[in-house]
Design a protein around this ligand. Structure first.
Ligand SMILES: *Cc1c(COP(=O)(O)O)cnc(C)c1O
Length: 399
């Protein structure tokens, strides 16, 4: 195995002895970027095509379109299913900014949905009650890498004739009932952001089995320039092209794809390493009733992008925030995923949400802490995390 070289944004690294995240970048990725730079082909070209093919194959999808981010992927997917002004899209509240904002970019309205108390994924029972004549799509997020209840979501979507677009930013690789995430719904959107399970620095992918949707996403990903004009980026290219629609500038570069090809190759090993860390954490916290470990339903394989504990604040003399401070003081970087969308000023002020409107997400927010989980964690680092969590709990028990 090649030497691991790790690097990341300075604000997330070095600050803690055990940072919240370190990307795993090997010499292969570095050599491949250098080779691409020397090849003279920097932007969308042969490496992107190769990455798309390899990615489609890895998730068992017929089509894959590489783009500049998962945010771009979501925007394009929503556009492809026809979301426009006044349309509603069902979005979980417990998610990142992208899932809601891309609906608004198209003039649509994100209708926020509460989470299941166990997995914190979108709650299908809440979903159906929020469907109206304006509902165009549902956008489940595989929270932390745990696939949502896709059978139920698909059944509801089919019954009401709405599209399903998966936000699979956390879900490389993940399975739902033996089906890989990426080959289940109309469209699936992936992220290769620096701290995701595989990375290209910045990057994203849309997968689908529907040729028309694939063609629309590809068209709109590069200025609405006709498909045949794509040939101008290849050997048989010509100067001629036609603009068919007001598209976007969302293409992936060959430099990014050069990294992605190696990351994808390693994704199985990365996943084993993450799963092993999750297992160690589960075992270490099993006798701590104050720490609720992530639920994993039997029909899924989680990607383990995140390991989110829920701290039982009623049984402890400290708050979640103080728990985080104690972890940080012991040199452990953490994060919180997420302040629910409905509690942000944008959603509160524009749509009139109150915190208690979505009580599961609201209550989860007071309890959740994301612990470090990434392939380069050493056994000593994992042990330091588990023993620190234990000593914080034991030092702050009520009664
Ligand atoms: C990271 C993330 C995104 C956005 O991914 P980018 O590639 O950074 O645009 C979207 N949704 C979720 C749930 C994410 O965690």
């Amino acid at each position: 195995m090649a030497t691991q070289v790790t690097a990341a944004a300075p604000d997330t690294l070095q600050q803690y002895q055990i940072p919240f995240f370190r990307p795993t970048i090997g010499q292969e990725e570095i050599d491949s970027v250098v080779e691409t730079l020397k090849s003279g082909w920097l932007t969308t070209g042969p490496k992107v095509r190769k990455f798309e093919q390899a990615f489609a194959q890895s998730v068992g999808a017929e089509f894959a379109i590489a783009v500049s981010s998962c945010t771009a992927a979501l925007h394009l997917a929503l556009e492809a299913v026809g979301v426009g002004p006044g349309d509603e899209v069902l979005v979980p509240s417990l998610t990142f900014a992208s899932t809601g904002e891309t609906v608004m970019h198209l003039g649509g309205r994100p209708v926020l949905i509460d989470s299941c108390p166990d997995t914190l994924c979108i709650d299908p029972d809440q979903l159906e009650r929020k469907i109206t004549k304006r509902t165009k799509a549902v956008l489940p997020v595989h929270y932390g890498g745990h696939p949502c209840d896709m059978d139920e979501i698909q059944a509801i979507a089919r019954k009401h004739g709405i599209a399903v677009i998966e936000d699979a930013a956390h879900a490389i690789p993940a399975h739902y009932r033996d089906r890989p995430v990426g080959a289940i719904s109309d469209l699936t959107c992936f992220s290769f952001y620096a701290n995701k399970t595989i990375t290209t620095g910045e990057g994203g992918m849309v997968t689908t089995n529907d040729r028309e949707l694939a063609d629309r996403v590809r068209l709109m990903s590069l200025h609405g320039i006709s498909k045949d004009a794509w040939k101008r980026f290849s050997a048989e290219g010509s100067w001629y092209y036609e603009i068919l629609a007001p598209g976007y500038k969302y293409n992936m570069t060959d430099l990014a794809a050069a990294i992605g090809l190696h990351q994808l190759e390693k994704s199985g090993r990365f996943h084993q390493q993450r799963s092993a860390i999750a297992e160690s954490y589960d075992a270490a916290f099993a006798d701590l009733p104050e720490i609720k470990v992530p639920a994993v339903r039997e029909e899924v394989v989680s990607a383990w992008h995140l390991y989110v504990i829920q701290v039982d604040v009623e049984r402890l003399s400290i708050s979640r925030n103080d728990f985080i401070k104690a972890l940080n003081a012991a040199g452990i970087g953490t994060s919180v995923h997420y302040l629910p969308l409905h509690m942000h000023p944008l959603y509160r002020d524009r749509f009139g949400y109150a915190p208690e409107d979505l009580p599961v997400a609201q209550s989860a927010f007071d309890r959740i802490i994301s612990l470090p989980i990434y392939p380069t964690m050493t056994d000593a680092e994992i042990e330091h995390v588990t023993s620190t969590v234990r000593s914080i709990v034991e030092g702050n028990r009520i009664g």
